[in-house]
Structures are given as structure tokens and as C-alpha cells.
Design a protein around this ligand. Structure first.
Ligand SMILES: Cc1cc2nc3c(=O)[nH]c(=O)nc-3n(C[C@H](O)[C@H](O)[C@H](O)COP(=O)(O)OP(=O)(O)OC[C@H]3O[C@@H](n4cnc5c(N)ncnc54)[C@H](O)[C@@H]3O)c2cc1C
Length: 370
């Protein structure tokens, strides 16, 4: 097996988390190589909603999302067969952006920073001082595993030994239809939710997520009458693409000189809309730790970063699991839309703990009286 000149940081996986980690490390002056088995722009089933906090994190990495990249949306709307409740973001805008557009923008930023990008290059394993890329060993001072939800780096390093997880199944498709909404909509059915994101050029992204692995978009329409009304004459303009979304927490996200990031390092359910934002913040925390020359501070930052998205994810999954609870919660929120706006602000990190405590008390009251 051949041996190649080493690199400061080798990132395994060039999806959004890997590119973010590479850009953040490069911004600290490291020499960085990214290896990915695919070729850009890499697509993936995703809700394609970039929350204001996600757009801000991208900006900090030097990736500016502009109106031409996607469709601005102003808030979140929850709907079921009877109730509709919505809240606007308090500050900056959110964007619906095709996954391939986001990937391409991140690739361009990585190129501009001087990162070495190796596409069509699956990593086959780790070895003493580096990793095996095809038939070559590449030495690296630091290795970052950003190889997604089914991470092999996680397995190779034994970091998945003590993990807890809960899995749901997703299907995503695009429809050619003029946006009927300026919000990201979450349509709640008995056994599934559909996440609807307006994109540019009269395109709409629909991602259906269910605990049932057999659930497909065509058999979900019965459950989601309002959405069916909007989409019944719309022409699909992409093939259906499947994925899983997993709530997974790892005890440890690094071993020796190898750190995990993004979905490889544990994930929150897609229902939070926070997966990308979380991985961009992890990237920045990881680069800070690399600069210090240790990974324990990354472990601490990682734990802190995922605490709140994890709580929100768990609460929303309870609404998915228990329909009577969901009906009560939606009814309560529809009677107090201001409360929904406060909860959304707290979720996006725009609210203080005091503000959050008062919103929680109001939520409890609404819940009891709805
Ligand atoms: C249905 C659904 C909807 C979602 N909606 C949203 C949303 O609206 N907003 C949001 O913020 N988040 C959303 N998420 C979450 C978000 O998509 C993920 O958090 C994000 O994709 C994580 O990125 P990643 O780079 O960690 O993983 P990935 O995007 O999976 O990238 C991993 C990369 O690693 C590469 N790779 C794997 N193995 C190897 C190997 N051995 N060698 C080299 N390369 C390898 C792959 O080719 C891939 O490019 C959603 C997720 C799902 C499933």
C-alpha cells in the first residue's frame, strides 16, 4: 500500500458537517484534506429548511445565503385536520434552500479557503497514524469523522459501544407548485408528519417522516387532507428519496486524535429542524479545541450544544407518539399564538432563560385548560 504526504486535519465525509469542520479548521490555519465517497453537489433527503440560527452559523463560516439561493420564509406553522397555529421568527429570515445548492455553496467556500477536496474517494479504514484512502495511507495529526448517520468511523473507533437511539423513516420529494405559504409547515397526521418548505422557482420540498418504515408519500395523503388539497394537481419534479432520522446520544465523541462531528457524532430527530445548525456549531467548537491541541473541551462543548435541541426533539416526539396530547397542545397554542412565538424564539436560541421559564409556565397553563 502506498503512503502519501500527511495533512494536519483529515476530514472523512464531505457533507455539510464535514465541510463545516474543514472550513472552521482551515480558518484557524490548519492544513486540511476532505475525502468523500461521493461527488458534489451531494444530495440527501432533507427538509431543506435553514432556520435563522443556521443561516447565522453559515455566515460565521463565510457562507452567505442570499435570496437567489432559495426562498425566504418568515416562520413555522403547525397544522392538523382541525387546527392551525403559526409563529414568526423574531429577527432574521429563514431560507428554503435545495440541499444540492447548499452543498455546492459550501464546496465553493472550502475551495476558496484552500482545502484539499478528494471526491469519489471512500475511506476504507483507519490505521496507526492516519486513514486508508483507496490504496493509499494518508497520515494526519487529527482525524475528523463526519461520515453521517451510519458512520463507519464511529464503529472503527468503538465510539458507538454505549449509544441510545430511536429511529424514524423519511421520504422526500419536490413538487412543481407555486408556494401557497410563507412559512415552513408541519402537517401532523396520525402516523406521520409532512414537512413542507417553499423553495425558489415555484418548487416545494415535502419530507414525510414516520415511525412506520413502509409509509410512503402516496399512502400518507389520506392522513394529511390539507396538504393533499394543495398538492393534488402539483407535478412531482424529483424522484422520491429515502433516509432515516435518528435520535442518538453518544457517551464520548472523541478517542485519541479522532473526533466525530455532525450526524456521525449523534443526532437529533429531523423534527427539530436543527440538525445542520448543530453540526455547524460543533464545527466551530471542534476547531477551537484543535487550536488548543486537545479534544476534551470539544466533548464538553458538544454535550452543551445538543442539550436544548435534544429536549425540544423529545417533546415534539411525544406529540408524535400520543395524538390526544398533540391535539391538546395544538389547541392550547392556537388559543395563545404569542406563546408559540416565544417557544420558537427559545428553540432558536433567541430567548433568555427567564423568558423561557415564563413561556413554560404559560404552556403548562394552556395545557391544563385546553
Ligand atoms: C428527512 C430529514 C429532514 C431533515 N430536515 C432538516 C432541516 O430541514 N433542517 C436541518 O437543519 N436539518 C435537517 N435534517 C438533518 C440534516 O439533514 C443532517 O443533520 C445533516 O445532513 C447532517 O450532515 P452530515 O454531514 O453529518 O451527514 P451527511 O449529509 O449524511 O454527510 C455524510 C457524508 O459522508 C460521506 N461518507 C460516508 N461514509 C464515507 C466514507 N467511508 N468515506 C468517505 N466519505 C464517506 C457521504 O458520502 C456523505 O457525503 C433532516 C434530516 C432528515 C433525515
Amino acid at each position: 500500500m502506498g503512503m502519501r504526504e500527511g495533512t494536519g486535519v483529515l476530514v472523512i465525509g464531505g457533507g455539510p458537517a464535514g465541510l463545516a469542520a474543514a472550513i472552521a479548521a482551515r480558518m484557524k490555519g490548519f492544513d486540511v484534506t476532505v475525502a468523500d465517497g461521493g461527488k458534489p453537489p451531494i444530495d440527501k433527503a432533507c427538509g431543506e429548511g435553514l432556520m435563522p440560527s443556521t443561516v447565522a452559523a453559515l455566515r460565521a463560516l463565510g457562507v452567505a445565503i442570499c435570496p437567489g439561493d432559495g426562498q425566504v420564509f418568515r416562520g413555522i406553522r403547525f397544522l392538523d385536520d382541525r387546527t392551525s397555529v403559526e409563529a414568526s421568527f423574531s429577527g432574521a429570515s429563514a431560507f428554503g434552500v435545495r440541499r444540492t445548492v447548499l452543498h455546492q455553496k459550501m464546496v465553493e467556500r472550502a475551495q476558496e479557503c484552500g482545502i484539499t477536496l478528494e471526491w469519489n474517494t471512500p475511506v476504507a479504514g483507519l490505521c496507526r497514524d492516519g486513514a486508508i484512502l483507496g490504496a493509499t495511507v494518508v497520515k494526519a495529526r487529527w482525524i475528523i469523522g463526519a461520515d453521517g448517520i451510519h458512520s463507519r468511523v464511529r464503529r472503527w473507533t468503538g465510539l458507538d459501544a454505549k449509544m441510545r437511539q430511536e429511529m424514524r423513516f423519511a421520504q422526500r420529494r419536490h413538487y412543481r407548485v407555486k408556494a401557497w405559504t410563507n412559512c415552513m409547515e408541519i402537517h401532523w397526521g396520525q402516523k406521520a408528519q409532512a414537512y413542507v418548505t417553499p423553495l425558489r422557482d415555484n418548487e416545494t420540498c415535502v419530507a414525510l417522516i414516520s415511525r412506520d418504515p413502509r409509509m410512503r408519500l402516496e399512502n400518507a395523503w389520506r392522513e394529511l387532507p390539507k396538504l393533499t388539497g394543495y398538492l393534488c394537481h402539483a407535478e412531482p419534479c424529483s424522484a422520491e428519496r429515502g433516509a432515516v432520522t435518528v435520535t442518538r446520544r453518544l457517551r464520548q465523541v472523541y478517542r485519541g486524535n479522532i473526533a466525530l462531528t455532525g450526524d456521525a457524532s449523534g443526532s437529533v430527530d429531523a423534527i427539530t429542524g436543527e440538525g445542520l445548525c448543530l453540526s455547524f456549531h460543533q464545527a466551530m467548537a471542534l476547531a477551537d479545541s484543535l487550536e488548543k491541541g486537545e479534544l476534551e473541551s470539544y466533548q464538553r462543548a458538544h454535550r452543551k450544544l445538543r442539550r436544548w435541541p435534544n429536549i425540544v426533539g423529545r417533546l415534539l416526539l411525544l406529540l408524535d407518539q400520543y395524538p390526544p396530547l398533540r391535539k391538546r397542545a395544538l389547541r392550547g397554542l392556537s388559543e395563545d399564538p404569542e406563546l408559540f412565538a416565544q417557544l420558537l424564539a427559545a428553540h432558536l436560541g433567541e430567548a433568555s432563560p427567564r423568558f423561557l421559564a415564563s413561556a413554560s409556565l404559560r404552556l403548562g397553563w394552556q395545557f391544563l385548560t385546553a
